[in-house]
Design a protein around this ligand. Structure first.
Ligand SMILES: [Mg+2]
Length: 257
């Protein structure tokens, strides 16, 4: 009797997954992330089980996720939802859509140029400053520089602070918006959203998921509004690989947060 129940349940969920700190361990530099070799194929198998309703929701550009998960291709909300690809069709912002941000980039670069181990990641429609490897004083100066730039840009943009990163993003871009946008399209529509994330920016997605009777899963020990919790990316992969290989898909059974 368990099999029919399981099939019904897997057909009911739309699975949205953060990338860094959720599917892969956070690396000292964003380009040093190591992807478990089994991950792309396992996500493809799981997507098939879910009738296609599996998406990556990330601060990274879609193209970077494609590189990390190659040769697999997934639906992705990139840059916190600024850009989105569903069933191969891309929508959202490019660099040309953000002249005000482009105009401020040189000033931001100049402000952090003397700081060791501070990196600017130019994503076109958003700009991230990373200070994970910087000294505390350089980290503070980097954070100050990105705050000043964000403030100068006014209300069309906002500053999003994460783990040793400050990112200037279009004001409308949040992972919560991204989850809502997926829910407007098949195969995501009419399904219960399940979202896994590890960072402050994921809390906005948890809020949307909770408000729609979905399941929110926080990775790691931090305080959260998510209702469920897993320990680390290894824990996440273990679960997703089991789901990919036929284990019952029951996110309500995950440990409470
Ligand atoms: Mg993350």
């Amino acid at each position: 009797m368990t099999e029919p129940t399981d099939l019904t349940r897997s057909g009911d969920i739309a699975l949205c997954l953060d990338f860094d700190g959720t599917l892969v361990e956070i690396a000292p530099r964003p380009d040093q992330v190591r992807v478990d070799p089994d991950l792309p194929a396992a996500l493809e198998r799981l997507r098939a089980r879910l009738g296609g309703a599996l998406a990556i929701v990330t601060g990274r550009p879609i193209a970077v996720i494609d590189d990390f998960l190659s040769p697999a291709r997934f639906d992705v909300a990139g840059l916190h939802g600024v850009e989105r690809r569903v069933d191969g069709i891309v929508s959202g912002g490019g660099a040309a859509d953000h002249p005000e941000l482009r105009a401020r980039l040189a000033g931001l670069q100049a402000a952090v140029s003397g700081l060791e181990s501070v990196l600017i990641e130019d994503k076109g429609a958003s700009v991230a400053v990373h200070w994970r490897l910087a000294t505390p004083s350089d980290a503070a100066r980097a954070e100050e520089a990105v705050k000043i730039t964000a403030a100068a840009l006014g209300s069309a943009y906002r500053l999003q602070l994460g783990k040793a990163v400050g990112e200037i993003v279009p004001a409308s871009a949040t992972k919560g918006h991204a989850i809502r946008a997926f829910a407007e399209n098949p195969p995501y529509a009419e399904r219960r959203a399940v979202f896994f994330g590890d960072d402050l920016t994921d809390e906005k997605a948890f809020a949307v998921v909770n408000a729609n009777d979905g399941v929110s899963v926080r990775i790691g020990a931090a305080e959260t509004i998510a209702t469920r919790r897993l320990t680390d990316p290894e824990d996440v992969r273990r679960l997703l690989y089991a789901w990919a290989d036929g284990a019952p898909i029951d996110p309500d059974a995950l440990p409470p947060a």
